[in-house]
Design a protein around this ligand. Sequence first.
Ligand code: DOR
Ligand code: ZN
Length: 343
Amino acid sequence: MKTITITKPDDWHIHVRNGAVLKTVLPHTAKQFARAIIMPNLKPPVTTVAQALAYRDEILQTLPLRSSFTPLMTLYLTAQTELSEIKKAAESEYIHAFKLYPAGATTNSDSGVADISAIYPLLAELEKYAIPLLIHGEVTDPACDIFDREQVFVDSTLTEITYKFPGLRIVLEHVTTTEAVEFVLAAGANVAATITPQHLLYNRNALLAGGVRPHYYCLPILKRESHRQSLVKAATSGNPKFFLGTDSAPHLTHTKENACGCAGCYSAHAAIELYADAFEQANALDKLEGFASFFGADFYRLPRNTDTISLTKTSWRVPFYYGEDTISITPLKAGEEINWKIC
Ligand code: DOR
Ligand code: ZN
């Protein structure tokens, strides 16, 4: 049986929510990953260091016994964020980044930023303190085609941000297009990107051909095949600018199987296995460890992990849902087989 062993990976972009959903999803991430960058788009959003520390406590209290998983906290940037909060965040060993959501771009982004040029003083402060800015890179103009929103953001807003703040450390989250990959490649070493398993494995046919499949609906939306191929090439290139960030985003099943379904794919149940599948398909399993376990840590200026995990080429069937009582979360590949298993 084929087995691979890699340094324990980290997830540089995840939504774990809070309360009962947190209890359901956190064990999946804690089993696979040593650390994860925790997204702040709760209701209400996590905008202050004090809120992030309270959220961190909730996560630590929810962890399975003896888990050594470390949550890396982030703050949600808003037009009201105080300069003093950025200084406070810089001084906290628990806060690792700020997240920028253009207002209305995605789930719980209503408190996001409507006019990005209005927060330039905040970006200058982030640059000064060398705190990474994590960007949901899509324009929100309702006239802009949903399949073009990332590319337009890159060409307009992101180009301007990197021009005005050349030293700002930026992670363009969940890149989905050839244009985003090319932008990151051309930028300085201070600009990197995460790539999700769904964007490596699927194109928009998975979402729309032969019926609408809401569990493949996430934002940025799945794109056409040529973009998927660009992402696979970037992820498997060994270039340290591209690293693992699942964007695992749990929603209750009935809120996705709905006339107006929520955006987000749940992938934490099998994250590293899904990436292993994508890398194997590209004949690049030897590049998985750098992408999953080294490059993100290096970018965030954190030590690389020293433990290892092993994956065996064995197929197993993904449950139709996870959760108890009123909680049901439909995972990616529900009811289907996955080719790799953590042993
Ligand atoms: O599909 C998504 N779901 N994209 C995001 O940016 C947010 C996420 C969520 O929080 O559900
Ligand atoms: Zn996300």
